[in-house]
Ligand binder design. Structure first.
Ligand code: AMP
Length: 467
């Protein structure tokens, strides 16, 4: 099962939080210097235009600088990376050492994002980081590790692979371990890998465990890996920000595509993320929109890492305005310019709704979220409304205007189905040739398919002409 589709196990339900120790710092004018951060790192924050510490930074940094373990309940977007990166960099400055800190994170995209922040904050102190994630060349990674970076940012599976198979690589001198998005690491069944890592790193270390929610599994991990931790918390859980306008559209499932195209046309000029339930639907929708001349790119868990990064970069640098993705992108991705999030397929877990719509209305900007509700989704939708504690307004669409598009959309669907079939045929041939293949961004390949399909009628037309 793809990690991004992985349902939460019942054991993982949220549990009552007890013994909450919240370090409050209500002084709005507090600076990084006041928190105990040294000048060179304060300057780095200034360079990044971080004028003031965020709430989680205000709470976590002083505790970290006292040398304590931390359990942090905070989500991406709260500034939590800075909350653990600044104390780690400060400790590194005091005791420069290779293989100083390990950051474990659930997804490859998050790993790169965290590395970017470490490098930006640590640029003037010459920090060396290595990102060790799946889907990339093991040998090239082994060479990077051989250069002995200060900070390793890794997904658990690939790190274990290196610990077991890369000669000369070990983490016996590690000083800091961060488990970022611990709830998600555990939901993705990385428990065995995390256990293996805990067994080969020193007990004498500092550990920071960050999680969006406190689940039973996270509590177990906390007990196994932290010493007398201080709990810090920012209460952004299950809230959507004020500047986010949320709507739903209620339509029969067969009209989803035509409504999608209509709304995207209406919102032309905006950067849009469309969430779907499966990898295949991400590819299908991207092809469909491209067949209608819209600049869409897919992002899903079956693409190779390079293709995922390339897709993300195309969207980030605005050369594509529409990103079609599975929940692989619902948490953590920090792309400030996203104007609209559309849930073409309703999320199965209500909490994923919060993560998805949290991709827009970031950093004080406004944003829109539009959720498609079909005849089959009513119950799931009601659960979302219950979670966010409000009823959403209907997104106004003129049905006549929408239906004008039906014919063009049907033709694009027909073309897309042929492309999908050809791609699947190609893949099964490829699959026979090389067993462990990846899906990659098939839209590029489909362009070739499309040219051939489109070429066919023209050929007939040419024949007819000749006759
Ligand atoms: P994170 O939650 O760590 O992923 O951070 C989310 C975003 O907030 C990133 O783009 C950070 O660069 C930014 N950020 C982190 N700390 C601050 C701060 N103190 N002031 C302004 N922006 C920040």
């Amino acid at each position: 099962m793809a990690a991004d589709d992985d349902p939460h196990s019942s054991e993982d339900e949220q549990v009552e939080e007890t013994e909450k120790e919240t370090v409050e710092n209500k002084d709005e004018s507090v600076t990084f210097k006041d928190l105990g951060i040294v000048d060179v790192l304060c300057e780095a924050c200034e360079e990044l235009k971080w004028k003031q510490p965020s709430k989680i930074q205000k709470e976590a940094i002083p505790v970290a600088l006292q040398g304590k373990d931390i359990i942090g309940l905070a989500e991406t977007g709260s500034g939590k990376t800075g909350a653990f990166a600044l104390p780690i960099l400060q400790a590194l400055l005091e005791n420069p050492q290779r293989y100083f800190a390990l950051i474990l994170t659930p997804t490859r995209e998050l790993a790169f994002q965290i590395s970017e922040q470490f490098e930006a904050l640590g640029a003037s102190i010459g920090v060396k980081c290595a990102v060790i994630v799946g889907g990339m060349d093991m040998v090239a990674q082994a060479l990077v590790l051989a250069k002995k970076p200060h900070i390793i940012i890794a997904t658990p599976g690939r790190l274990v692979d290196h610990l077991e198979n890369t000669k000369g690589f070990n983490l016996k001198a590690l000083k800091y371990l961060v488990m970022d998005e611990a709830d998600r690491i555990l939901n993705m069944d990385f428990e065995v890998e995390v256990d293996k890592i805990l067994r080969v790193i020193p007990r004498e270390r500092r550990t920071y465990l960050f999680s969006a929610t406190m689940t039973k599994k996270v509590q177990k991990l906390q007990r196994a890996s932290l010493q007398d931790p201080v709990k810090v918390e920012v209460s952004t859980k299950y809230q959507t920000v004020d500047k986010l306008q949320q709507y739903y559209v209620f339509i029969p499932v067969k009209y989803k595509d035509v409504y999608l195209v209509h709304i995207i046309n209406e919102l032309a000029g905006n950067s849009i993320i469309v969430f779907v339930a499966t990898c295949a639907n991400a590819l299908r929708c991207a092809l469909l929109l491209r067949n209608l001349g819209l600049a869409a790119v897919p992002l899903h868990g079956q693409m190779s890492q390079n293709k995922r990064l390339a897709a993300l970069n195309k969207f980030k640098n605005k050369s594509r305005s529409i990103l079609i993705c599975t929940d692989v992108a619902s948490r953590g991705l920090d792309i400030p310019h996203v104007d609209v999030v559309m849930n073409l397929d309703i999320p199965l877990h209500s909490k994923d709704y919060i993560h998805r719509v949290g991709r827009t209305a970031r950093a004080g900007r406004s944003g829109k979220a539009i959720t498609f509700v079909s005849q089959y989704d009513v119950e799931l939708y009601q659960r979302i409304e219950q979670l966010i504690g409000k009823q959403l307004p209907l997104y106004a669409c003129d049905e006549n205007e929408v239906m004008v598009l039906q014919e063009r959309v049907s033709e694009a669907q027909r073309l897309t189905n042929i492309e999908m079939k050809e791609l699947n045929d190609k893949k099964s041939i490829k699959g026979k040739k090389r067993s462990a293949g990846s899906d990659d961004d098939d839209t590029e390949e489909a362009i070739g398919v499309r040219r051939r399909i489109k070429g066919k009628p023209n050929k007939h037309a040419a024949k007819r002409k000749r006759k």
